[in-house]
Design a protein around this ligand. Structure first.
Ligand code: ZN
Ligand code: ZN
Length: 431
């Protein structure tokens, strides 16, 4: 692959594709075991998730892209075949990056030898080392964060939110690069400044479930300031939501509208020094996609920002009970030292008036004969409702989601027990 060609990945298996010949034909990497499907090339910039591996050791959670020497060797070793991506841009995992930064590249070779099951044969070792050196000695300064890696989820607590926010804001202001959509320095400064001002919202488990349901068939929404619970903000859900697996989203007020950005958590598979460094240098979040919208922009339901917009709408329609979380003493002190006001974290829960209607089971909850071990959501639907001066404006409102089951048992997120009901929960479930 040369720098002039945009990198492509297969839309079916999300694997990066290699090129053959001119004009290029896109092929799956030789070592990749597919189900036999033909490659379906799309530019990687269109994908939230790409199944990349560390080009040094094969680790499935690559973290950085480095640019180095153009490596022409594509295969070495036995028939099992270690195949390296052609080209001068290599993905590294956080562990290999740590060894590279510490000048312990022999450890990177160890990892490659081990991972590819090539046996510690001196000749194999030597060849791998040559390959790595060919790349690393010509390495150019800088690195780019890989934002498409499907990390296992990391839970972020409400208390951690100020630190999580500060870290990603600092990363935006730092020198490590980001892929195309957020490559622009001005954009990065803009988002960082918005994060400094951001209202912080932590969405609890149940409200996250509600968001997930509500975002399943999201409505088209006209974007305006009234929708948002604060001028700038950062929302963190208790777990990844939607098939995109978004864990956080920010909105930033700009000169002519807003910038909406989705995030995933990173580092979930790491521990020790590589994890420490990642937390220190990047933090907990990596931006996945970003979108600029103007006032009165009609956002389509399928937009990547749908989960954020659904959460705004649910909060705006008072489905939420919003309380302020206590902030750690350490955080308060560190803010005081730098003359910043103590950050406020707002916790978003299901409102008392909505979604928790007493159900018939509740009266029997003291009866050990008929225990019900969980509650579940019966999903609602979106409807446009008038609001504002003279009720002239329209805004989608999520109608009639409700919980079935006793109040004192956990709520279960399950699509299998979910009922799509056309009749009102009132007539059915109120005592
Ligand atoms: Zn494929
Ligand atoms: Zn690696």
């Amino acid at each position: 692959m040369t720098a002039a060609l945009e990198e492509m990945a297969c839309q079916i298996c999300l694997s990066p594709l290699n090129t053959l010949g001119t004009p290029p034909t896109y092929v799956h990497p030789i070592q990749l075991a597919t189900d036999g499907h033909q490659p379906a090339p799309v530019p990687v910039s269109q994908l939230d998730t790409v199944n990349r591996h560390c080009d040094f050791c094969g680790d499935p959670h690559p973290t950085w892209t480095l640019v180095g020497g153009e490596v022409t060797a594509i295969a070495l070793g036995s028939a099992a075949g270690l195949v390296q991506n052609l080209g001068q841009a290599w993905a590294t995992c956080a562990t290999c990056q740590t060894y590279i930064d510490d000048d312990r590249t022999e450890k990177v070779v160890d990892r490659a030898v081990q991972a590819f099951g090539l046996g510690d044969h001196p000749q194999v070792r030597e060849r791998i080392e040559e390959l790595h050196q060919a790349f690393l000695t010509a390495r150019r300064p800088g690195r780019t964060l890989i934002t498409t890696t499907a990390w296992p989820a990391t839970a972020i607590t409400a208390r951690e939110l100020p630190r999580v926010r500060d870290r990603i804001a600092r990363f935006y202001r730092g020198t490590d690069s980001l892929p195309t959509a957020l490559a622009n320095a001005e954009t990065r400064q803009e988002v960082a400044a918005g994060l400094d001002r951001a209202g912080l919202f932590w969405i609890d488990d149940d409200f996250t479930d509600l968001t997930e349901y509500a975002a399943e068939k999201p409505p088209d929404v006209t974007i305006n300031r009234d929708l948002m619970p604060s001028t700038d903000g950062l929302i963190v859900w208790s777990r990844p939501v939607t098939p995109r697996q978004i864990t956080a989203a920010s909105w930033t007020t700009t000169s002519d509208g807003w910038r909406l950005t989705n995030y995933r958590t990173i580092g979930g598979a790491l521990d020790g020094t590589p994890l420490q460094r990642l937390r220190e240098q990047v933090g907990w979040l990596a931006p996945m996609s970003t979108l600029r919208v103007r006032d009165q922009h009609l956002l389509q339901g399928e937009d990547p920002a749908a989960a954020l917009v659904a959460t705004w709408l649910l909060v705006a329609q008072q489905a939420a009970n919003v309380t302020t979380a206590r902030v750690d003493k350490a955080v308060r002190k560190s803010y005081a030292r730098t003359n910043r006001t103590t950050p406020e974290v707002r916790i978003v829960r299901i409102g008392v008036n909505r979604g928790t209607r007493p159900s018939p089971e509740r009266s029997a909850s003291g009866d050990p004969g008929r225990p019900q071990s969980s509650r579940f959501w019966v999903s609602g639907h979106w409807r446009n409702q008038p609001y504002g001066p003279g009720r002239a404006l329209r805004r989608p409102v999520y109608i009639s989601p409700f919980l079935k089951g006793p109040d004192d048992v956990p709520i279960k997120l399950s699509t299998t027990v979910r009922m799509l009901s056309s009749h009102s929960p009132k007539s059915k479930d109120q005592n």
